[in-house]
Design a protein around this ligand. Structure first.
Ligand code: GLP
Length: 246
């Protein structure tokens, strides 16, 4: 089942997501949260930090698992997802560092790292609440079009279009990694609850495709129609091509 909440803008999308996370944490102070990177969840993370600092929300017993990490980018690199998570959330709330998990894109054996990460998800999981952003091509995590719905944590070659979209964070396109390690579609689908956050006109085509409800591996996010507890929080700009066809 997918519940669709159409909101005014990015700020409202972020607020809605903060409410859902905070109510999850209130219900279950040792919940496992699945986290994402990208511009989409930054407002959510700001809201969580505010909730922690101003309203005393504690993440002390929470565990987090991140969806993905670049390969070939050092942990300390400004654009690693490790650094992103420290700067945008983890460094500003009271979660102990050892309870925040991110795939290690620097592991000596990446195959071993994929196995370790999937086992970790199964051991501390299932994830109670997974946050997802949406790629312009329908990717979730780094599961690009064509990814099988049975995939667990695995290594991927990044789509040229994904590299182009992420090039804005690097000095040049050549510096953008070509590979990543990501939770698979099946790893994501194991989550008890999923929130898909989508904002902005750039995502309007993707939302139109998603809302057609056609399930296809060519559009990875469409698998979410098979999950029993998904909330899509989408702003008007991203939803506009759906509205115009009604
Ligand atoms: C990135 C991430 C995804 C993210 C997506 C959208 O490449 N790997 O997890 O959801 O692309 O990014 P943004 O939120 O910046 O639009």
């Amino acid at each position: 089942m997918m519940k669709v909440i159409v909101v005014e803008d990015y700020a409202e999308m972020s607020d809605e997501a903060v409410k859902i996370i905070e109510s999850q944490v209130a219900k279950n102070n040792n919940a496992v949260l699945g986290l994402a990177t990208g511009s989409t969840p930054i407002g959510l993370y700001k809201g969580m930090i505010e909730g922690h600092k101003e309203r005393g929300i504690s993440y002390q017993a929470i565990q987090t698992v991140n969806l993905d990490e670049y390969i070939g980018v050092e942990q300390g690199h400004a654009q690693s997802y490790y650094t992103f998570m420290r700067e945008n959330l983890l460094g500003h709330i009271d979660i102990p560092a050892e309870q925040a998990h991110i795939p290690n894109g620097q592991a000596i054996s990446l195959d071993e790292e994929c196995r370790r990460y999937e086992q970790l998800i199964d051991k501390i999981g299932p994830v109670d609440l997974q946050i997802l952003g949406l790629g312009e091509n329908g990717h979730i995590g780094f599961n690009e079009p064509g990814t099988s719905s049975t995939t667990t944590t695995h290594i991927v070659a990044l789509d040229e279009s994904t590299r182009q979209s992420n090039a804005r964070f690097f000095n040049s396109i050549d510096e953008v990694p070509t590979k990543a390690i990501t939770m698979g579609i099946q790893s994501i689908m194991k989550s008890k609850e999923i929130i898909l956050m989508v904002s902005g006109e750039k995502k309007a085509e993707a939302i139109k495709t998603l809302m057609s409800k056609t399930i296809s591996e060519q559009f990875p996010a469409s698998i979410l129609w098979k999950h029993n507890h998904v909330t899509l929080i989408v702003d008007k700009d991203a939803y506009k091509l759906v509205d115009s066809e009604r």
